[in-house]
Design a protein around this ligand. Structure first.
Ligand SMILES: Cc1cc2nc3c(=O)[nH]c(=O)nc-3n(C[C@H](O)[C@H](O)[C@H](O)COP(=O)(O)OP(=O)(O)OC[C@H]3O[C@@H](n4cnc5c(N)ncnc54)[C@H](O)[C@@H]3O)c2cc1C
Length: 418
């Protein structure tokens, strides 16, 4: 007997979309390689306005109002913080997972354990085998198996950049950041030699006071292909801390973060629909995903529910679903962000600092809307025109001219994205 939709995976994307589909009265089954209640290892941070708009603020374990970045070179003369004036939060990941699991249970999602290995399609739907369970048949399959999806196909248009970070939760000889503070990006680089600053990839510190004497400090590379190795990030973090006379006293947890930032969109004509990392939903210029999952799940679920109601066959249903997930406007913005990231990845350390200093001097609704992908295309263009107008000349020069695969990315953007 076929269900309406089979969702594969049990990460954030799978839980969100399974619950959303089932809450519309669809019969949803879910197949997960692991126990869906197994604790997640990733930590998820988010701007508080975003989480409030989504009604999930009670699921934050921490919230900071003192949110800053540093875009000076470092040293006493250039250490003034940029104050963001906006709260930032850290999800209680157990509570977030439990919240989504409860929603999926209450709306009737039926869970199966097994690793999907093969799929066959016919006009009425798809049949998924996993070895461990009987084959599962559904009118539509949603692949939410993350950045290396089991079924969703994606083309290639060159190397994919990775966001890489190495972090420590622990105790330190003295506070590595101001008590009570959240540091979004500390690009100060006075712990590096002049040659390193000129020639090595720029990295920044992302840090939180977790209270009770615990801090999280993470050395992060926004994006690079190939990604900055963990050993380099670890070394940079130690030197950054040493420069501030901070010694690590206890390590409670180490975080190794690596995920693709700018893969091209998947082929939107395929029979299996993706969601989350599998569908290229990571914001290609900031790396955020969770807010986008929550905002966009209703669009995908609506398209699927309408398609089922209209009696579409498997092929047409998948087309309708992809169209709901990646409408023209989002495809264009995806192409726009990929083009922008390509430019930023060429910036050296000083130019990148100047760029971000200008970016965060934009009106808050512009930089916030850019980072959360909530601006409409004309607003996004207006923000970028303003950024260009306010930027110093080294940033303007960096934004002009086309190198490497930038002409191809620009052409794709001008053609509407995709
Ligand atoms: C350390 C770290 C920190 C991060 N911090 C943030 C952050 O603060 N904010 C943010 O927005 N993003 C963050 N990201 C990025 C984001 O976490 C990931 O992009 C996100 O987890 C992707 O979610 P997903 O549900 O698409 O995939 P995953 O979380 O990768 O889940 C994939 C699921 O599919 C299952 N699966 C895989 N293969 C199969 C198969 N063949 N059959 C059945 N099941 C299968 C897996 O078991 C898993 O349950 C971070 C990433 C890392 C690594």
């Amino acid at each position: 007997m076929a269900s309406d939709v089979l969702v594969i995976g049990s990460g954030p994307a799978a839980l969100v979309i399974a619950g959303e589909l089932a809450s519309r009265g669809l019969q949803v089954e879910a197949l997960s390689a692991e126990d869906p209640r197994a604790p997640w290892i990733n930590t998820y941070g988010i701007w508080a306005d975003e989480v409030e708009a989504l009604g999930l603020a009670p699921l934050l374990s921490h919230r900071w109002s003192n949110t800053v970045s540093y875009f000076g070179a470092g040293g006493p003369a250039e250490s003034r913080p940029v104050r963001h004036g906006r709260d930032y939060g850290l999800f209680d990941k157990r509570a977030l997972q439990e919240h989504w699991l409860q929603r999926s249970d209450q709306s009737g999602v039926r869970w199966h354990r097994g690793r999907a290995t093969a799929i066959v399609h016919d006009a009425g739907g798809s049949l998924v085998s996993s070895g461990a369970t009987p084959e599962l048949r559904a009118r539509l399959v949603v692949d939410a198996t993350g950045h290396e999806p089991v079924f969703v196909r994606r083309g290639s248009d060159g190397p994919v950049a990775g966001q890489a970070a190495y972090g420590i939760v622990g105790r330190f000889s003295r506070p590595p950041i101001e008590p009570g503070q959240f540091v979004f990006m500390d690009y100060r680089s006075d712990h590096l030699s002049a040659a390193e600053r000129r020639a090595e990839p720029p990295t920044f510190l992302y840090a939180m006071d977790l209270s009770d004497g615990q801090f999280f400090v993470e050395e992060t590379s926004l994006a690079l292909a190939p990604a900055v190795p963990f050993a380099v990030l670890q070394d940079r973090l130690q030197r950054r801390l040493a420069q501030r006379d901070v010694q690590v006293q206890e390590v409670h947890h180490e975080e190794f973060c690596l995920f693709p930032m700018n893969p091209p969109l998947p082929d939107l004509s395929q029979r299996v629909v993706g969601f989350g990392g599998a569908a290229g939903m990571v914001h290609p210029a900031s790396g955020y995903l969770v807010g986008g999952l929550l905002r966009r799940a209703p669009d995908l679920a609506r398209a699927v529910a309408d398609g089922l109601q209209a009696g579409l066959d498997g092929e047409a249903l998948a087309q309708a679903a992809w169209g709901g997930l990646w409408p023209a406007e989002l495809r264009w913005k995806h192409a726009f962000f990929r083009f922008g990231l390509e430019k930023l990845m060429r910036f050296d350390e000083a130019r990148l600092r100047h760029h971000f200093a200008t970016f965060f001097s934009l009106p808050p609704e512009q930089w916030y809307g850019f980072l959360t992908n909530t601006l409409a295309p004309p607003q996004l263009l207006a923000a970028m025109v303003r950024l260009y107008g306010q930027a110093p000349w080294d940033v303007r020069w960096g934004l002009m001219g086309l190198q490497g695969r930038e002409p191809a990315l620009l052409a794709r953007m001008l053609a509407g994205g995709g």
